[in-house]
Design a protein around this ligand. Structure first.
Ligand SMILES: Nc1ncnc2c1ncn2[C@@H]1O[C@H](COP(=O)(O)OP(=O)(O)OP(=O)(O)O)[C@@H](O)[C@H]1O
Ligand SMILES: [Mg+2]
Length: 386
């Protein structure tokens, strides 16, 4: 046997895992710790190195409202299963009373309603989104601080052994599930620490003094969690991640992501309704100004986009002022401090539109095609659809 001395690099990740990380970074802003945590467990799972007899991962996500706790789970499902809704979501607030647990696990045989119960946590529910390539389910327990004692007991069993016994004694296997639990617990402590210097802290997320403040916030939020939750629960977690409040820089990036999602929504209406739009920097600044609220994070920004951009756009569609194949520029009308909508092109082919926005329409949509004055609009759309 030849004697070798080759230094190996355990920090390098597999190409699939790298793709997952890059895709998540395109969808999730400012929450690198959470992305890292997900990517690491995915790597462990895909190489068969996860601990057997328990879920792939048990995560607790803490932090303020609208900071991406739920979105990152949806985004992971989107990246790995091709569908952001491919998850089982349990709002713990809806299961505060023990009798409501039957909705999750079904009733024992002989009980009233036994046959009509379709347990939310059945094996079928867990496995329904598996694809040929990826057999992972994503289970999200939202607002766990609101869970009843009965739900806690059930959760502890899942987190520890990766199994759950249904009302009719069937077993559900969670060993192919990533479990995510979210809570706003500690968000009050977080805003108390941030309030005197909120502007500074969030503008420069991740750097120097702010980094130290972030660590302090992380510790204080996690202490709040440790005070609230029993040690047997905390002990079953693989990782507690504190989501950071989003500052202007992060919201600006989220705005671009959300505008792309609006564009996708337009395309999902079919080829006859598909048009493209771009927003100027001045228009984006207005959306950002109207959509910034430290308390509600990106939720407020999304509401501003719906109110100021999507709703007027739906009026334009309904009145046929905007039609399939159009290119709409959205700018700021300074005189009234509102967005205005200008049609700059019409009769654009679907293929031209998809090339400009950089993502595909459903295959059927590609069939319709008219002439494409591509060059004329390529320049101004390139700023939005990077
Ligand atoms: N970090 C982020 N990156 C990208 N988009 C985000 C981010 N945070 C929030 N968003 C956007 O805001 C929306 C609301 O965020 P999300 O539902 O993840 O909030 P949350 O942290 O789960 O809040 P809550 O505690 O109220 O449930 C998301 O659907 C997404 O569009
Ligand atoms: Mg949420």
């Amino acid at each position: 046997m030849a004697c070798m001395h080759i230094r190996l690099n355990p920090a390098r990740m597999g190409s699939e895992t790298e793709v997952l990380e890059q895709s998540l970074r395109k969808l999730i802003v400012g929450q690198d710790e959470a992305i890292q945590a997900i990517v690491r467990v995915y790597q462990m799972h895909s190489t068969g190195m996860s601990l057997p007899g328990r879920p792939i991962a048990n995560f607790l996500f803490l932090g303020p409202t609208g900071s991406g706790k739920t979105r990152i789970v949806e985004a992971t499902a989107e990246c790995l299963l091709g569908n952001s809704r491919a998850l089982v979501k349990i709002d713990c607030g809806e299961f505060q009373h023990s009798h409501e647990i039957a909705k999750l696990i079904g009733s024992p045989p002989g009980y009233m309603g036994h046959h009509n119960t379709n347990p939310l946590l059945s094996q079928e529910a867990l496995d329904q989104h598996f694809t040929c390539k990826t057999k992972i389910s994503f289970v999200l327990f939202d607002e766990i601080e609101k869970a009843s004692d009965a739900l806690w007991n059930l959760l502890l069993g899942i987190l520890d052994k990766g199994t759950l016994t249904l009302g009719d004694n069937r077993k559900v296997d969670f060993s192919r599930a990533m479990i995510f639990m979210t809570s706003n617990l500690g968000a009050a402590e977080m805003s108390a620490l941030l309030s005197p210097r909120f502007g500074f802290a969030v503008q420069t997320q991740g750097s120097g003094e702010t980094g130290r403040l972030e660590n302090k916030i992380g510790r204080s939020v996690q202490e709040a969690a440790r005070r609230k939750f029993a040690p047997e629960f905390i002990n079953r977690l693989d990782k507690i991640v504190t989501f950071k409040p989003l500052g202007t820089n992060q919201l600006r990036q989220i705005l671009d992501i959300e505008l792309k999602r609006v564009q996708k929504r337009i395309f999902s209406g079919g080829p006859r309704r598909s048009f493209i739009f771009t927003a100027t920097n001045r228009a984006k600044e207005l959306l950002l100004r109207e959509g910034t609220d430290a308390k509600y994070g990106a939720r407020h920004l999304k509401r501003a986009i719906e109110r100021l951009l999507v709703q007027p756009m739906s009026n334009l569609i309904a009145t046929e002022q905007v039609r399939g194949g159009d290119c709409i520029r959205i700018d700021l009308d300074r005189s009234v401090d509102r967005l205005n909508f200008i049609r700059e092109e019409e009769g654009l082919a679907v293929s031209a539109m998809t090339e400009l926005v950089g993502f595909a329409l459903p295959a059927a949509a590609m069939a319709t095609s008219t002439s494409a004055p591509l060059e004329t609009i390529r320049t101004w759309t390139s700023t939005l659809f990077k």
